[in-house]
Design a protein around this ligand. Structure first.
Ligand SMILES: [Mg+2]
Length: 306
C-alpha cells in the first residue's frame, strides 16, 4: 500500500466505512480493457475478505470484468459477496465457492419486446434517413438495439483519446440533420420506442450510438438495493456508488447518471471522471480516474483493519 495518501486527503464523506460498493467499470475501476490491474485486484480481494459487498456495474458482458480482474481473485474471496451486474442492467452474476460463475438474475425479453425494439430502431433509422442522416443498426445486443449515428470507417473503433473528437463529429452530423442537440434525438428515440409498444424503454447514448433497450444501469442499482442491501440490513448511507460519467457528455447525460435512481436516495455518489460539464447533485466530484478509485478502495480496507 505504498503511495497511499493520508485519509484526510479524501473528501470527508469518503472517510468512513461502506458495506456495499457499487461502481462502473470502464473509466472508473479500469483505464481500459488491456491494462492489467494488480492494485485494483488486490484492493477488491482484501475488501471481499473483510466482508464488504462489491458490485461492479457495466454495460458490457461479464467476460470484460473477469479478463484482467475478477478471474484473478481467489475463489474464496469471490464467493458470496461479489456481484457482477452486466449487460446494462440485464444480467447479474455471483460466484460459487469452487470459483464457478453463476447467473443469479436476468431480464428475459419476450418475443414481442424484441420485435418492438427492432421496430423502434428501424423507425428511428427511417426518420433520420429522411433528414439525410445515415445510420446503421446493431441488432445482436442483449435486450437492446444500437443505432450508430456515425457509421463511417474512420469512426469504426475510435480510441478513448479520440472520444472528444468523436462526440464533436457526431454532433455535427446530428445538427446537420436539424436536431439542436443529441438529447433531442434521444427524446425522439424514446417516443418511437413507446409508439412501438415498449412500456418503459431505456434510451442511452455514448456519443456514437443511440441505444434503445429494456434496462440500464439504474436497473442494476435497483436490483442491488432490493437483493443485497435490504436483505442484509445495509442502509443507503452505507452504500458508495462510483462512476466516471455522471455529468453531461456532448449534449446528453453520461451513462452513470442512470445510477442516480430515487431508491438510492442518501447513498454516497462519487465521480472519479474528468466530468468536463461538472456533475449533477448529489454526486461528489473527486476526479483522479481509476487510480483515485483504487485509493478510495484501499482506504476502505484500511478503515476496516484499524
Ligand atoms: Mg465509465
Amino acid at each position: 500500500m505504498t503511495g497511499l495518501r493520508r485519509l484526510e486527503s479524501l473528501p470527508q464523506v469518503l472517510q468512513r466505512r461502506f458495506d456495499l460498493i457499487i461502481f462502473d467499470w470502464d473509466g472508473t475501476a479500469v483505464p481500459d480493457r488491456r491494462t492489467p490491474t494488480p492494485d485494483l485486484n488486490k484492493a477488491l480481494e482484501t475488501l471481499l475478505l473483510q466482508g464488504v459487498w462489491i458490485a461492479p456495474v457495466t454495460g458490457t458482458k461479464v467476460e470484460n470484468l473477469e479478463m484482467h480482474s475478477l478471474s484473478m481473485l481467489s475463489p474464496q474471496s469471490r464467493a458470496g459477496r461479489l456481484i457482477g451486474c452486466t449487460n446494462r442492467g440485464s444480467q447479474v452474476w455471483a460466484y460459487d465457492p469452487d470459483g464457478a460463475r453463476r447467473k443469479v438474475w436476468a431480464r428475459v425479453s419476450t418475443e414481442t419486446e424484441e420485435q418492438q425494439l427492432s421496430a423502434a430502431a428501424e423507425e428511428l433509422q427511417r426518420r433520420l434517413g429522411e433528414r439525410g442522416l445515415e445510420t446503421e443498426i446493431i441488432y445482436q445486443r442483449l435486450n437492446r438495439r444500437k443505432v450508430d449515428l456515425i457509421p463511417l470507417p474512420e469512426w469504426a473503433d475510435p480510441s478513448k483519446a479520440r472520444i472528444g473528437e468523436l462526440i464533436a463529429a457526431t454532433r455535427a452530423r446530428v445538427r446537420a440533420a436539424g436536431f439542436a442537440e443529441n438529447a433531442d434525438l434521444l427524446d425522439l428515440a424514446g417516443d418511437l420506442a413507446r409508439e412501438a409498444g415498449l412500456q418503459e424503454p431505456r434510451i442511452t447514448s455514448d456519443g456514437k450510438y443511440v441505444e434503445i433497450g429494456l434496462t440500464d444501469k439504474g436497473d442494476s442499482v435497483v436490483w442491488l438495493l432490493e437483493n443485497v442491501a435490504r436483505p442484509n440490513g445495509i442502509p443507503n448511507d452505507n452504500i458508495l456508488i462510483a462512476g466516471d460519467e455522471f455529468g453531461d457528455v456532448g449534449g446528453f447525460s453520461g451513462s452513470d447518471a442512470r445510477m442516480l435512481v430515487p431508491q438510492a436516495e442518501n447513498a454516497i455518489f462519487v465521480s472519479v471522471g474528468p466530468e468536463p460539464a461538472g456533475v449533477p447533485h448529489p454526486v461528489l466530484n473527486a476526479g483522479g480516474g481509476p487510480e483515485r478509485f483504487v485509493e478510495i478502495l484501499q482506504w476502505q480496507s484500511t478503515l476496516r483493519a484499524s
